[in-house]
Design a protein around this ligand. Structure first.
Ligand code: C2O
Ligand code: CU
Length: 489
């Protein structure tokens, strides 16, 4: 009797529970169908669930200019050639772990590419044995459309045994990085990334004597690494010496850095110099995923300087020699809103935009969203060459969202409605914390088809990715399972 009763009760409980699970599972699959569509034309200006008519597609391609035909301009600078071969490699890390990594030239990060402003950079990518195919995206460098390395937009993924040669002019000096943009969330974490540094053609006396230190952080499977090491970085140096530290966050989460032992300056963000950057003492530096910060640090008399990554405790950078510095008082978070000073005659402040967009970054159940939609269901920002474009970005939840634009550097105009008071700030990746609003402005001066997405690549792979498309530009490439081009899976 007792047994029967309880089985009856569990029946009445079980049915709604099963229904609920059924509903959740179907929502999950309904949302996930977006992640792997059969075929998407990323130049499709309507993006009405990818259901553009054949006729409309043909009109576009008949009148348009193909992204393929948009190639770099000539430059008087010298040509610098590099070869990068992607391959599966078992890496023996210095924490004792052996990792099945995907590497460039058998290392992860891949080799640092160092060029000079104005150089013509020619990089031949070969794929030895990465079955899904690979590409190279030049994060932060405003290359021509055909060279942007986005599988399914600017090229097909490079298959095993194949190669692709990228050419671009290193027109703006700064700290940049490269990574595969085929299944980027998978491939960057597997190791397909590296630094590219563009040195200025004319260096100030101060900066040309400064010691250069690149610090690229990444997560390789479960290990956090700094320049490929699970230990820290030790840079010897004498008192009075200047160190230029190029911090790059190649992981998906924001990293907070502290600097103990000396005051320092933030001299560049995302490669772009700040104007009259002041001395900071004990200020913490939040580096969003994909962002770069260049710090200038003068080594003090008798103690070391320790730059700590609070998000990866073992990966400190020790500069100089002498005693351990005590922890610096302070702990304030760096804010660029009032850092440095305005340019005396700033050419482009407060000009009215030709076009404005609002992007609300958030999430719904299993997907990350922009204005409530995901992936190719997000209408692209359609622009025309020559336009001044304002974008208002809001983080409505779901974690930090470092928003990255391809092909363009934007200027930050305001944060939470307050205009920037200090140096002009130019970025390609803007870190938005929960609840924050920023207004940015860019010049539509690089015709093409450009991705814009959260650089927490996990978020991008869950839908927080869209396009900024120039009117009249088409692509012969397609994203989706049919072509195998899945740029941000
Ligand atoms: Cu560094 Cu589309 O990314
Ligand atoms: Cu995000």
């Amino acid at each position: 009797m007792v047994k029967k009763k309880s089985s009856k009760r569990s029946f009445y409980l079980g049915v709604p529970l099963l229904l609920l699970i059924g509903v959740i599972v179907s929502i999950y699959f309904w949302q996930m169908r977006l992640q792997k569509p059969m075929e998407v034309n990323m130049a499709n200006h309507e993006h009405s669930s990818g259901a553009m008519s054949e006729a409309a597609m043909h009109t576009h391609s008949a009148t348009g200019v193909s992204c393929d035909s948009i190639v770099p301009k000539e430059t008087s600078g010298p040509t610098r050639k590099f070869d990068l071969t992607a391959a599966k490699t078992v890496l023996q890390l210095d924490n004792g772990k052996a990792v099945d990594a995907w590497t460039f030239n058998n290392t992860s990060p891949g080799p640092e590419l160092r060029v000079t402003e104005g150089d013509r950079v020619v990089v031949t990518l070969r794929n030895k044995d990465i079955e899904d195919g690979v590409t190279l995206h030049w994060h932060g460098i405003n290359v021509s459309c055909s060279q942007d390395g986005v599988a399914g937009v600017t090229q097909d993924a490079v298959q095993p045994g194949e190669q692709f040669t990228y050419t671009f002019v290193a027109s703006a000096p700064g700290t940049y990085w490269y990574h595969s943009h085929q299944m980027s969330s998978v491939q960057a974490k597997k190791g397909l990334l590296g630094s590219i540094i563009v040195e200025p053609r004319d260096k100030s006396a101060l900066l040309s004597s400064a010691k250069e230190v690149t610090a690229l952080y990444q997560r390789l499977d479960s290990s956090m690494l700094l320049n490929g090491s699970a230990k820290g970085l030790n840079v010897p140096g004498k008192a009075g010496e200047q160190v230029r530290l190029r911090l790059t966050n190649g992981d998906n989460e924001t990293m907070n850095f502290s600097v103990d032992g000396a005051p320092f300056q933030v001299i560049a963000m995302d490669g772009h110099d700040l104007h009259e950057p002041g001395l900071l003492n004990g200020t913490n530096i939040p580096v969003g995923a994909g962002q770069r910060y260049d710090l200038l640090i003068k080594l003090p008399e008798s103690s070391k300087v320790i730059v700590r990554n609070q998000s990866a405790k073992g990966l400190s950078i020790t500069l100089g020699s002498g005693s351990e510095p005590g922890p610096t008082e302070g702990g304030a978070m760096f804010s660029f809103v009032d850092y440095g000073t305005p340019l005396p005659d700033d050419p482009s402040s407060n000009r009215r935009p030709d076009r404005s967009f609002d992007l609300r970054l958030g999430q719904s159940l299993f997907v990350k969203t922009i204005n409530g939609r995901s992936f190719h269901e997000i209408p692209p920002m359609n622009v025309k060459e020559g336009e001044r474009v304002n974008i208002t970005l809001v983080n409505e939840g779901g974690g930090d969202h470092p928003f990255h634009t391809h092909g363009h550097t934007f200027r930050v105009l305001s944060k939470n409605g307050i205009p920037l008071k200090g140096s002009p700030v130019y970025l390609d990746t803007l870190l938005l914390k929960d609840g924050e609003t920023y207004e940015v402005q860019l010049m539509a001066d690089n015709p093409g088809l450009w991705m814009a997405h959260c650089h927490n690549l996990g978020h991008a792979s869950m839908g927080m990715t869209m396009m900024m498309n120039y009117e009249g530009i088409t692509t012969p490439y397609r994203g989706g399972t049919k072509s195998g081009n899945l740029p941000d899976l």
